[in-house]
Design a protein around this ligand. Structure first.
Ligand SMILES: NC(=O)c1ccc[n+]([C@@H]2O[C@H](COP(=O)([O-])OP(=O)(O)OC[C@H]3O[C@@H](n4cnc5c(N)ncnc54)[C@H](O)[C@@H]3O)[C@@H](O)[C@H]2O)c1
Length: 261
């Protein structure tokens, strides 16, 4: 099976390949930034059913991934920028050079012909490949890739999946940074760096102030949560992701103020 398209397509192609004859090889040809740096690389495949997103799926690593940057030329800018959220995430959790390259010329980073565009994508893929090679089934290290995703997934669910994944993750990273600041692990400057970096490429960093009571219960249903106990990935200093179990409720509520609009 060859999957050519964005993450929605390569997830479906991967799942078809995982299921057909109990598994045939899949080659993924992602045509979005998000697909290149995230969806097509990790071996997670899934389809959505009426009961929820990604509920039917399998781990089925691709036999190969061909990321042809020329396919990005037709990608709408909003989709390109949404993919940059995952690139910047990789910068915050593992590769500070990514942050420096984005900061060097943020506008330049928002399209496929930027000076650093190729390197930004390559560096992100390298981090993802390294992490999933060490922990395909998310029994440990892989959870660091979920940075920004706890609130991000709750926003996507509340928006009935009409909100771009990368946009939701961008807001989720600012929230996670503020949680870390309140927990004494990041500085005010680190939180400001999150906001500046994300807004400089055009990503959102705020969400409706009144949405917190709806978002909070969904966060505990997230698959990273253990039972109904909330577990988030936060940074103990830039580049050092750690798990944070059962953050105090008042801390979470206060942290939401950092993204409330
Ligand atoms: N398997 C994983 O580990 C994983 C990780 C992250 C996200 N995902 C999944 O990936 C999906 C999001 O992926 P996405 O951001 O690529 O979105 P997408 O697949 O929905 O594609 C976004 C839009 O861009 C269009 N498109 C794709 N390539 C194009 C191109 N080169 N030129 C013009 N238009 C193009 C698509 O038709 C679509 O309208 C979600 O379903 C998410 O659940 C999976």
């Amino acid at each position: 099976v060859v999957g050519i398209g964005g993450g929605a397509t390569t997830d479906l192609a991967g799942f078809a390949a995982a299921s057909w004859l109990r598994g045939v090889p899949v080659v993924q040809v992602p045509t979005t930034v998000l697909g290149m740096v995230d969806a097509a690389v990790g071996g997670k495949t899934a389809i959505d059913i009426a009961a929820g997103k990604n509920l039917v799926g399998a781990f089925h690593p691709p036999a190969g991934v061909l990321a042809d940057l020329s396919t990005l030329e037709t990608l709408p800018r909003t989709d390109y920028v949404a993919g940059l959220a995952e690139v910047i995430k990789t910068g915050f959790i593992a590769d500070g050079e990514i942050l420096r390259r984005v900061a060097d010329d943020p506008q330049d980073a928002t399209g496929p012909h930027g000076r650093h565009s190729r390197e930004l994508i390559e560096r992100s893929i390298a981090v993802k490949a390294r992490v999933v090679a060490a922990d395909l089934r998310e029994s440990g290290l892989r959870e660091i890739l979920n940075y920004g995703h706890t609130l991000g997934h709750a926003i996507e669910k509340l928006e009935r999946y009409t909100f771009r994944h990368g946009d939701a993750v961008a807001i989720g990273m600012v929230f996670a940074a503020e949680v870390a600041r309140l927990a004494g692990k990041l500085t005010q400057q680190d939180v400001a760096l999150h906001k500046e970096m994300l807004t400089s490429v055009g990503l959102p960093v705020t969400y409706r102030a009144g949405a917190w009571p709806e978002l909070r219960p969904t966060m505990s249903l997230d698959k990273k949560a253990r039972g109904t106990r909330l577990r988030m990935i936060i940074l103990d200093g830039i580049g050092n992701p750690v798990g944070y179990d059962s953050p105090p409720e008042d801390l979470l509520t206060e942290a939401y103020q950092a993204v409330a609009r």
